[in-house]
Design a protein around this ligand. Structure first.
Ligand SMILES: *Cc1c(COP(=O)(O)O)cnc(C)c1O
Length: 331
């Protein structure tokens, strides 16, 4: 297995904690609920992109690149953590953000600025093209850019979540727990690909259930082929002969609400429950949507009372400040 020899740049301390959510479990009278705290990865307010960036930046440094370039929405957690990680690695950072520049930057955008990233605003439809344009402009300016795809979701970033699954396997063995399911927010696919591949490698028997934030199951933009493609490339990269088909992925697309970054009642209810029962914060875009879906599944008896479920907290808490108005109204 090549996992241990791939270039990696240290960004945070692992393993992240696993905690039992006693009050939430009692309140919902469903399965025993554990939480894996990847919101506490110790860089720039934490989140799942840290694990991917360790391998992406490892690769960038191995190729002697000097500037990271990536893209996302205005409140992208991935962009904020790329900006923070670039600082730690001594690299420049350019971000292509779709949306209009707000008068007062808040949430992740404020943090992008504090981390000194150069920001390029564009329209959503122009984002992919703009990303490579910015890279070309950097080359013309004598720089050596390293382009990271949206969400850091390619075979390099996904290795971070294969590794995370190996980490979890050690932790649950030590704790003597056997989760019947892992539930988490899925969007660009690197997290789900890595976890699903890692689950197969470790012999994890439970369901690895991604709650879709913005992806659909069927049609021209269907998500399962993306998951299969990333997973195959990741397996090849680490020298594993495991191959996945679309039916190997567990994906729930029932909680898309009004669309990406449009949180509603389920999201704000989840934020309220986790903060009031457990003192844990969720982000309105990703983790509150996934938790809202998970709590709804509990209420629909998708899980039984004697089961154990681990919610993988993927971070995103700085989003809260960008939705301050709705938080104040709805919580
Ligand atoms: C990016 C992100 C996700 C989704 O991870 P993918 O690997 O893109 O599917 C989930 N939660 C948070 C907080 C994120 O920022």
């Amino acid at each position: 297995m090549k996992l241990d020899t791939l270039p990696r740049f240290h960004l945070a301390e692992f393993p992240t904690p696993i905690q039992y959510l006693d009050a939430l479990t009692k309140a919902y009278k469903g399965p025993g609920i554990y939480i894996k705290r990847d919101d506490l990865t110790s860089l720039g307010m934490g989140g799942n992109k840290t694990r991917k960036l360790e391998f992406l930046i490892g690769e960038a440094l191995a190729q002697n690149k000097d500037t990271l370039v990536t893209a996302g929405g205005i409140q992208s957690n991935h962009c904020r953590l790329t900006a923070a990680a670039a600082r730690k690695a001594g690299l420049g950072c350019h971000l292509v953000l779709n949306g209009t520049e707000p008068e007062i930057p808040n949430g992740n955008l404020l943090l992008d600025k504090i981390f000194g990233a150069t920001i390029h605003y564009c329209e959503r439809k122009d984002r992919d093209e703009r990303l490579f344009q910015v890279a070309d402009e950097l080359v013309e300016a004598g720089k050596t850019p390293y382009v990271i795809p949206v969400g850091g979701s390619n075979s390099i970033g996904s290795v971070g979540y294969v590794n995370a699954m190996l980490e979890l396997d050690n932790q649950i063995k030590e704790m003597g727990i056997t989760p019947d399911a892992i539930v988490f927010a899925t969007s660009s696919g690197g997290t789900q690909s890595g976890l699903t591949l890692g689950a197969k490698m470790t012999g994890f028997k439970g369901e690895v259930l991604g709650i879709s934030i913005d992806q659909v199951k069927t049609g021209p933009d269907a998500f399962p082929p993306v998951l299969t493609q990333i997973t195959t490339a990741t397996a090849e990269r680490i020298g594993s002969d495991i191959r996945m088909t679309e039916s190997d992925f567990s994906l729930n697309c029932d909680y898309l609400g009004a669309g990406y970054a449009m949180p509603g009642d389920p999201e704000f209810n989840a934020i309220r429950d986790l903060s009031l029962y457990e003192g844990i914060l969720l982000g309105p875009v990703y983790t509150a949507r996934a938790m809202g879906g998970f709590l709804d599944l509990i209420q629909k008896d998708y899980f039984t009372k004697d089961q154990t479920v681990l919610f993988w907290h993927t971070g995103g808490t700085p989003e809260l400040f960008a939705w301050a108005d709705q938080c104040r109204e709805k919580i």
